[in-house]
Design a protein around this ligand. Structure first.
Ligand code: FAD
Length: 405
């Protein structure tokens, strides 16, 4: 197959599909083709996450995450309402179980307030017991605006809308080469070649590879972290009504082991955060030599390991069969017992790590000739997807000088 188009979007996760939607809406006459390497859209992070619509509590006020999460949440609730995608604002409690965590909880309250999170309230023991009767904690922060949704369903609804607006979506089409020649970007892929005037790369766990293929720099690199979950037995799901999170470690971009009700009624417990041997390490045994080499040859990996080896050892407990998740979550739900949980699923976080070994926390975008790249879109990337899409559409307008009609 050889095709030509005005705009190619690489990646059919929630960010690529949201971007395709924003571009078809903003530029109705632009030919838009979206390519994904898998046979099904949303096969990676979009289909393997906690399903939380984040309110915007955690992020420093001057970050892109703060701005795009808050804007994205509004847009997402509105989209779900209009398209009948099942969702629920079931609310979330962040709880401090030790006096040493209270100052960090106060900092989260300050951040959430600065970000304009609606209804955010400090709650004492009695109020915690009213909101979540099985939770025991010293202090808490309640966010009634936090919700749940199945991001696979959201992505499918974006895809329907893209196709209704005249966009083309091709699956099973992995891009393996990018070249600029005579005013075109030539994308070589498993089904042939697509020539595009411009391209937007939204490739999640493979974003660094596509960016370097297109002539971009190697920094930051994607280092995959496997996040495994367990789930509560159906008869124990009543232990939580909504979501209960610990106070996160401020050094890490992960939120800690939490209990999350899902839109299908399941209650998840997890996730872990362990360095993985493949960018699609849904099973522990999956190791891909190219991914492993990429992680191990990156100087940032060693610098990260020097800083976080203790956390790594701590996380490795979650590999042991049985109760390590339970022991962690039992700090705030004491009735939880190892017999209450069943195996769940795993997701793989596309975590950008810079050359200095820092886990890049904020969303990162970059440019190459005729192309824009999403280099880091970790959580709350799904919540923020429609706002990220608008951000990219604005950047594309500036960089490519696209005609609006
Ligand atoms: C364990 C876990 C829990 C999370 N929980 C939440 C949460 O509760 N709330 C929230 O808002 N966010 C959450 N996130 C983050 C969220 O899932 C991501 O931010 C979001 O899914 C990123 O979407 P994406 O489209 O960038 O990436 P992906 O969904 O990974 O999509 C990337 C796509 O690019 C395609 N691709 C890659 N390379 C190529 C190529 N060469 N050619 C063609 N196609 C290619 C892939 O097949 C894939 O479909 C979580 C993430 C994880 C891993």
């Amino acid at each position: 197959m050889t095709q030509s188009t005005d705009l190619a979007i690489i990646g059919g996760g929630i960010v690529g599909l949201g971007t395709a939607l924003a571009m078809t809406e903003a530029y109705p006459r632009l030919q838009v083709v979206l390519l994904d390497k898998e046979s099904q859209l949303g096969s990676h992070q979009t289909g393997h996450n906690s399903g939380v619509i984040h309110a915007g509590i955690y992020y420093p006020a001057d970050s892109l995450k703060a701005r795009l999460c808050v804007e994205g949440r509004h847009l997402l609730y509105d989209f779900c309402q209009r398209y009948g995608v099942p969702h629920a604002k079931c609310g979330k409690l962040i709880v401090a179980t030790e006096p040493g965590q209270v100052a960090r909880l106060e900092e989260l309250e300050r951040r959430g307030t600065a970000n304009g999170v609606p209804g955010l309230a400090r709650v004492d023991r009695d109020r915690i017991a009213e909101i979540e009767p099985h939770v025991r904690a010293l202090d808490g922060l309640h966010s009634p605006e936090t919700g749940i949704v199945d991001y696979g369903q959201v992505a499918a609804a974006y895809a329907d809308d893209v196709e209704s607006a005249g966009g083309t979506i091709t699956t099973g089409c992995g891009v393996t080469g990018v070249r600029v020649a005579s005013g075109w970007l030539r994308l070589t892929h498993t089904s042939g070649e697509t020539r595009a005037r411009h391209a937007l790369f939204c490739a999640g766990g493979w974003s660094d590879r596509l960016a370097t293929m297109a002539g971009g720099g190697a920094n930051p690199r994607i280092v995959p972290f496997r996040g495994a979950y367990m789930r509560l037995r159906p008869e124990r799901r009543s232990l939580v009504r909504g979501m209960v999170y610990p106070v996160p470690d401020p050094e890490l971009p992960f939120l800690g082991v939490h209990l999350t009700r899902r839109i299908d009624g399941e209650v998840l417990i997890g996730p872990s955060a362990l360095l993985a041997g493949a960018r699609d390490a849904y099973s522990l045994r999956r190791v891909r030599p190219a991914d492993l080499v990429s992680t191990l040859t990156w100087p940032g990996t060693y610098r990260m390991a020097q800083r976080f080896w203790r956390t790594g050892i701590d996380e490795a407990r979650h590999l042991l069969p049985g109760g390590s998740f339970v022991a962690t979550a039992a700090e705030f739900v004491p009735e939880l017992k190892p017999r209450d949980v069943l195996p769940g699923f795993a997701g793989v976080r596309a975590q950008a790590v810079d050359r200095a070994g820092r886990l890049v926390d904020d969303f990162v975008f970059s440019h190459t000739d005729r192309a824009l790249h999403v280099r880091n879109a970790p959580s709350p990337g799904a919540t923020s997807s429609l706002a990220i899409a608008r951000y990219i559409a604005d950047e594309a307008q500036r960089a490519f000088d696209l005609p609006h009609n």
